[in-house]
Design a protein around this ligand. Sequence first.
Ligand SMILES: NC(=O)c1ccc[n+]([C@@H]2O[C@H](COP(=O)([O-])OP(=O)(O)OC[C@H]3O[C@@H](n4cnc5c(N)ncnc54)[C@H](OP(=O)(O)O)[C@@H]3O)[C@@H](O)[C@H]2O)c1
Length: 282
Amino acid sequence: MILITGAAGKTGLALLRSLHKQGTQTRAFVRSKKQAKQVEEAGASEFVLGNLELENDLISAMRGAETVYFIPPNIHPKEDEIGKSAIVAALRAGVNSFVYHSVLYPQIEAMPHHWRKLRVEEALIQSSLNFTILQPANYMQNILAYRTGINQDGVWRLPYTPEARTSPVDLKDVADTATKVLLNSGHHGAIYPLAGPELLSSIEMLDQLGTVMKINASVERLGISKWEESALSAGLDMQRIDTLKSMFAYYDSHDFSGNSKVLEMLLGKPPTLFEAFLKREW
Ligand SMILES: NC(=O)c1ccc[n+]([C@@H]2O[C@H](COP(=O)([O-])OP(=O)(O)OC[C@H]3O[C@@H](n4cnc5c(N)ncnc54)[C@H](OP(=O)(O)O)[C@@H]3O)[C@@H](O)[C@H]2O)c1
């Protein structure tokens, strides 16, 4: 039995679908009945309701599981505490192995959500658990959050420079890699960076959208105070807003490029190109 946290999120659902295809028994950690329905549809064998911030909920959920796939909450101000508490819970529950869904370059202190993941990695390395750490780059799927604006207005509004280049990775490739790591032996003590095969700016992604899907759109730089206003009205708290602003500031002055060789080795095939992702999911 594999326990998956954050199971009803973007990452969790992709992983559940991938594991379901392999006939794997999974227990999804969710925090509402609505999420329970989503994980069941994605193929979870069972679900457990709980709050990631409560260690006792984590311990109860982990009892009887051989492996934990720990997906941390997104941009959570206490992500490091939650991760460390999950490690303690896994030890108390007698879990055999712990796979941690981290991020590419957790060493970057200027991005607090990366730095918090590094602290969890450190705690995991120092624990007596059998561990594996996956470090995915930004998902190609992130562009789908802007699909309506791009399709309707022909504009992709971004709060950082559209020239910043990243190595976007297909979340399906990440989920299939995680499945291989979970179902095969030999991965204990490994840290795997999982970057996509191309270095692309937002402008270059839109160029591909034009070529592949015949959708002509332009990128517009959104002023940070305008972005903050809309984030506040969408219900984001100031801690999360500050974390995201740090990430935008980082992208304004640095590329975020990785190497896809490790992903290719683990997947056993060339990773998905952005063009193929667009054809499949746009
Ligand atoms: N997106 C990327 O490009 C990317 C790339 C690399 C790594 N990552 C990392 O992957 C992780 C997951 O990202 P994601 O995009 O899958 O996020 P997501 O879609 O927001 O999923 C996170 C899930 O965790 C749940 N959750 C949050 N707080 C909880 C709590 N206290 N108790 C129980 N459940 C809780 C959320 O439920 P609610 O919806 O109810 O809050 C949601 O179902 C993040 O740590 C992120 O940094 C993301």
